[in-house]
Design a protein around this ligand. Structure first.
Ligand code: ATR
Length: 274
């Protein structure tokens, strides 16, 4: 029997994870089945228990269950503990091991696929929710010269910056506080794009040669990507590459094999444009 994996979320019908993992499995010759599972909100733990009882070996976790998964884990990787959220679960010997591959996926997309090293860069992270928190430690590990977190609610950005101040000099504040500053890498980790809203960013943030990265993706530019282009970002990217790379990292956690990602990313890109 093939090893069983799944992604849990709500909603989940449009998840691309089953397609991504099926492609990884075929390309790397791994025998596994990967399903999308809808869990009722508030019933994540029983849904996972049922899956484990059915022989599930591992699971990805998406909105809104990443904090539930963090609490459910009996053991956490260091990066999951830092993120305060879990997107990858492994089930073995009665243990539920929680990991988080989101930050590694983002960093891999930026450094490998987009050819942008983090070392020495001035990074601006927009947003101070779960998505932002999950990527801070992996970004800092790339040795940027600075990391600034900006958020609509300044307190949340300041608290998040303080939570990582043992790793590097991280600063936080509201969007107005950004006036007069320039950054080499600006990452949108807010959910503003979901609502089609743009962020009140002061002009002049994008340094020459800068990369603007939206963790969201969709058909065409997100509002943040459009703003970045208009304000002179040299390179603009959406989060489709991060989606594929976080999946590849989860696949590696489960199978010990690092799948090739370029082909799957190209396929998804073509489907999104079509
Ligand atoms: P996620 O898990 O996606 O990070 P979250 O924890 O709810 O979700 O965080 C959402 C983030 O997007 C927050 O930083 C939020 O800003 P506030 O902390 O001020 O609420 C940000 N956000 C959502 N909609 C926004 C909007 N229209 N304009 C600016 N920021 C927005």
């Amino acid at each position: 029997m093939s090893d069983l994996y799944a992604v849990f979320g709500n909603p989940i019908a449009h998840s691309k994870s089953p397609q991504i993992h099926a492609a990884f499995a075929t390309a790397s010759g791994q025998d596994l089945v990967y399903e999308a599972r809808l869990a009722p909100v508030g019933e994540f733990a029983p849904a996972v228990a049922e899956f484990v009882a059915a022989g599930g070996k591992g699971a990805n976790v998406t909105v809104p269950f990443k904090e539930d998964a963090y609490r459910l884990a009996t053991r956490l990787s260091e990066r999951a503990a830092r993120a305060g959220a879990v997107n990858t679960l492994s089930f073995a010997a009665g243990e539920i091991v929680g990991d988080n591959t989101d930050g590694a996926g983002l960093v891999r997309d930026i450094t490998h696929n987009l050819h942008t090293p983090l070392a020495g860069k001035r990074i601006l992270l927009l947003g101070a929710g779960g998505a932002a928190r999950g990527v801070i430690a992996p970004l800092l590990a790339g040795q940027p010269v600075s990391l600034h977190i900006a958020n609509r609610t300044a307190d949340k950005a300041e608290a998040l910056a303080a939570a990582f101040s043992d790793m590097a000099a991280v600063h936080g504040g509201n969007y107005e506080k950004l006036s007069g500053q320039q950054f080499d890498l600006i990452i949108n980790a807010t959910s503003a794009s979901l609502a089609g809203a743009s962020l009140p960013l002061p002009v002049g943030l994008f340094a020459p040669g800068s990369l603007a990265y939206d963790m969201m993706y969709g058909k065409g530019d997100t509002p943040f990507m459009a703003l970045a282009r208009a304000q002179g970002a040299a390179q603009v990217a959406d989060g489709l590459g991060m989606l594929v790379e976080q999946a590849a990292e989860a696949f590696f956690v489960w199978r010990g094999v690092r799948p090739e990602t370029a082909g799957v990313l190209a396929q998804l890109r073509a489907a999104l444009a079509g």
